[in-house]
Write a protein that binds this ligand. Structure first.
Ligand code: AFP
Length: 339
């Protein structure tokens, strides 16, 4: 039997060694893990409690909101505020930033999160997840936190990660010193270190993309995907196609097995203006930090995701993420055909 390391012990032992990891930072991470356990309980009870299904309203991305999205959002928001370590938050589910009350509960960290990613999969019992990004406060303490605090580039992240509610629940995160994965043990009620220092393969043979959008992609992306179907021993093609439609689940599988996840911009809605779908602050940036820390790469096709200076709170970006060499190959196709 290997050494049993709880998430609590790991965070205390490891994170305290880093300059930005104060006790408060570690405690904030604990509150995120706690929020995940509460959300997981709701996800598991969903069928029984009758909360599955759409609530009928639209979120600010014009997508149908499901009840669990709202529950997950409220759980994360409440725990972050009650932790006393957060100044402001941005969530996929609300149009404006959430500012912590100006009392003992206002801290100095910023948390951007997608409370329940892949929620359109809930009814089919497919894996879904929570994604988070932790930043330092950008504005001085003396002023009210503002959008500028949430709209920082990915390079400013202090920590990021995700929780996956799948056949088992996992908490995967980085604070800039590698990527650690913990699996929840329901018999003792805690996360245990199961995936120490995750490294993603340099090159993988899986590609994940919604090929239903193929006609609406750029020539570079179309040609790249086509090339993955050809037989080429050197490139190890044809690749295997795997697409769940739940970013956390698709990303997590590729992180472990190697490959590339793509959500390119497409002209489905406007033939003259390619539009991306995924959000920079609480989807692309946190996963980009994780993948870079695991030796992989995240790009919008021409530049690293984490170098993008945000211009909108709910900004969308093309996302190409996974094994380093796969992402570089894709970038080469974009350079050759789209620029
Ligand atoms: P939902 O949270 O609305 O289900 O969106 C999920 C998501 O943002 C991301 O998790 C998936 O990778 C992507 O959308 C799937 O989008 P398509 O259904 O357009 O392929």
């Amino acid at each position: 039997m290997g050494e049993i390391i709880t998430i609590h012990r790991h965070m205390l032992d490891t994170e305290q060694k880093y300059p930005h990891a104060t006790g408060k930072f570690t405690a904030l991470l604990h509150h995120i893990a706690l929020a995940a356990r509460i959300v997981a309980a709701e996800v598991r009870r969903a069928g029984l409690a009758g909360v599955i299904g759409t609530s009928g309203s639209l979120n600010i991305q014009d997508e149908e909101v499901q009840k669990l999205d709202i529950l997950a959002h409220e759980t994360v928001e409440k725990l972050m505020i009650e932790s006393g370590y957060v100044a402001a938050m941005a969530s996929e589910e609300v149009p404006d930033i959430i500012v912590a009350p100006d009392d003992h509960r206002r801290g100095n960290y910023i948390v951007n999160f997608d409370p329940l990613d892949g929620s359109s999969n809930i009814d089919a019992n497919v894996s879904i997840g929570t994604i988070f990004s932790i930043l330092p406060r950008a504005t001085p303490k003396e002023v009210e936190p503002s959008e500028a605090d949430c709209m920082q580039s990915g390079r400013k992240q202090l920590a990021s990660g995700y929780v996956i509610y799948g056949s088992s629940m996992m908490f995967v995160y980085t604070t800039g010193a590698g990527v650690q994965g913990f699996t929840y043990d329901p018999t003792i009620g805690t996360f245990l270190l199961s995936h120490k220092n995750i490294r993603t393969p340099e090159y993988g043979k899986i590609y994940s993309v919604n090929t239903g959008n193929k006609k609406f992609w750029s020539e570079g992306v179309r040609n790249y995907i086509e090339s993955l179907h050809d037989k080429d021993e050197e490139r190890q093609t044809p690749f295997s196609s795997r697409y769940i439609g739940s970013l956390v689940a698709d990303f997590h599988r590729n992180l472990l097995y190697g490959g590339i996840f793509l959500y390119p911009a497409d002209t489905k809605k406007d033939p003259n203006k390619p539009k991306p779908k995924l959000r920079l602050l609480y989807e692309a940036n946190p996963l980009a930090y994780v993948v870079e820390q695991a030796g992989g790469k995240a790009s919008d096709g021409t530049r690293p995701i984490m170098d993008i200076e945000p211009t909108e709170l709910h900004q969308r970006v093309p996302l190409f993420i996974g094994s380093r060499k796969n992402v570089e190959e894709l970038e080469e196709y974009i350079r050759r055909y789209d620029t």
